[in-house]
Design a protein around this ligand. Structure first.
Ligand code: BEZ
Length: 213
């Protein structure tokens, strides 16, 4: 297992899932992706997480993001559990869950942290750009359910950087001013960011969020 770092091409794999065999890169196609592991099926926190992801379908689609979950349980277990998720979270799981019984993908992505649990995956998150490169890695412990609003916020930030050459400041939320990339010379800002800008310091230049009407 090689360490995966930001900017690396996301390792490709072929795996069974609740939606059939997935070849990861082919499955991603031109989309952005979120690959996230959970410790085990039929567990309470995971049930709420997968239900939440299902409820955010439109939010992921708006951002051209495909989501795929993973645990070391098998397809039959995943399919049985999906019934419980749909019933208890009042939703319809409509994304694949990888069945990583042989731990091939978990090991490829370093999702098993033996000092936390020797057998089960932790709550890993990988955001992958439409260039197949890893843009974000976060690891949560089994006991903490993820904040999927934060993941949408990060995707918005990553896409602003990819498409508009801006970065986002601390605690930025959709609609707030953003930061012009340090790679852009101040004299080039007016033509690139016609909505206006502020030079707070030569290295700190802000502009309204460029992709809003
Ligand atoms: C859960 O999803 O609730 C969970 C799974 C493994 C350990 C602790 C909590």
């Amino acid at each position: 297992m090689a360490t995966i770092r930001l900017g690396d091409v996301a390792p490709d794999f072929t795996a069974d899932s609740t939606e059939g065999t997935i070849n990861f890169h082919d499955w991603l196609g031109e989309s952005w992706g979120i690959l996230f592991s959970h410790p085990a099926d039929y567990t309470p926190v995971c049930t709420t997480e997968l239900g939440t992801v299902a409820k955010y379908t439109e939010e992921f689609a708006k951002r051209n993001v495909k989501v795929v979950a993973l645990s070391v349980d098998g397809v039959a277990s995943h399919n049985g559990w999906i019934g419980d998720i749909n019933e208890t979270q009042n939703t319809t799981v409509n994304f694949p869950i990888i069945a990583d019984e042989d731990r091939k993908v978990s090991e490829l992505y370093d999702m098993i942290h033996p000092n936390a649990d020797s057998k089960l995956t932790v709550r890993s998150v990988f955001v992958i750009g439409n260039d197949k490169k890893v843009k974000l890695i976060i690891t949560y412990p089994a006991s903490t359910g993820r904040n999927f609003d934060e993941l949408l916020r990060v995707v918005d930030s990553l896409q602003l950087t990819a498409y508009h050459k801006v970065a986002t400041p601390a605690n930025w939320k959709h609609g707030e001013d953003v930061v012009v990339s340090p790679a852009i010379a101040t004299e080039d800002i007016p033509s690139l960011f016609p909505k206006g800008h502020k030079v707070v310091k030569p290295y700190l230049r802000t502009t309204p969020q460029p992709n809003l009407d």
